[in-house]
Design a protein around this ligand. Sequence first.
Ligand code: NAD
Length: 474
Amino acid sequence: MKIRNPRTGEYDYEISPADADEVAEVARSLRAAQPQWGARPPEERADILRRWADAVEAHRQPLFEALRTDTGRALIAAIEVDGLPATIRRWADIAPGLIAAHSNADVQLANPTVTNSTRLVPYTLFGAISPWNFPIVLSTIDAIPALAAGCAALIKPSEVTPRFIAPLRETIAKVPELESVLALIEGDAETGQALVANVDYVCFTGSVATGRKVAEAAARAFIPANLELGGKDPMLILASADPEHAAKTALRASVVATGQACQSIERIYVARDIYQAFLDVLVREAEAVSLNYPDIDSGEIGPFIFAPQADKVAQHIDAAREAGACILTGGTVETLGGGKYLRPTVIADATADMAVVREETFGPVLPVIPFDTVDEAVAAANDSDYGLSAAVVAGTAEEAEAVGIRLEAGAISINDGSMTSMVWDAENESFKLSGMGPSRMGDSGLLRFFRKQALIRQNAEPATIAGFSEENLR
Ligand code: NAD
């Protein structure tokens, strides 16, 4: 399978997608190694994971170069690569204490002769299927706590961005105890389907359409499916907000990573009193943003990683223009050196029926809509199939929070935007079509990988069948 380079448009890399037999074989081998891994004390697993973090650091350069090519951007690639050892160490530090806190021995139950011990039993084989927008973060974010919990882990990254897999495998090979319980496989949709058929718990990050298919397959396989899907995050800017500050915040939260982030701000509702002032700053600031072309070490916006995404974004913009919206800046996908780019695109006079307001756009596009009352803004924000996250900006945090709790979304940024990309310890669960299952952030990120097993001890003579004789009623 030939892989496109997002900066040159050339197909300069190849993978051999694992077929169903290969996936089953890898799964068998991981399963065979898991009992020993799961039986290790949590501290021992944590120490092994720390050695993996060291190996990632020692291998930073090849990982960084591969990810930079996969994604066509340098700074975020560096952040992803450097974030990996930090995330591994974070879970290594937290997991043993959390496991101890949620296990207990010989607790007296309501029945005076009975005590109980709670054991946390990890799922045997965890599987991850991940998208192309943050390839390293999203293929490891769930696997690391799963490993810390004692599961074996099988990861299938996106076929759009597979170059980082080879150098990441090399880091795993440096830690033999880990190598037997952690594997990455290259492949596409079929490989993903085979993964679902072979694991005991699947975490899927990607689109709603594929998430539905994964959930259906998981239901047939009778395994839990944790789904992290798309979003259409609204930002509400109340009349008390400072328009300058709000516009700069909205711009960053919308266009960072070329808007290719699930938690990007994709619709902005602004109080009419400050609408014009807000738009003026937004356009000025948007026009100061530049592409990382031709020099990857300059500018703020990289190419679209997945070429068909650029076409979809262009369709959203064109349809809005044709329906009467006003493109104040940006608006045209440019092909430069074979890569596809879009400058920040500010759309005024957008309306609720436009695709750019309803559907996930996944590009640096900011439709801005004025509102007269807060009730109207809340209703517009909630008029969506999605409920990933949202943001409210106001003069005070209290005012923003009072509006934030009325929004149907799993995480609300107060006086900022897209904060779930920066904060990893705040538990949140997606609403509506944006996902299903426990939070990947916070303690639940680890605890979801256990089943609780009760060891219920009878400390007196067990009851006999005689105690259930009908005659006892007399
Ligand atoms: P996608 O759904 O097209 O693909 C995701 C993964 O699923 C890929 O690895 C793909 O090979 C695999 N796949 C495809 N069909 C499959 C099938 N039938 N069975 C099993 N696996 C299959 O998503 P994408 O285009 O790579 O990523 C973009 C989407 O991801 C956006 O919608 C974005 O919002 C979402 N996303 C969500 C989060 C989150 O945390 N909620 C984070 C990042 C991205």
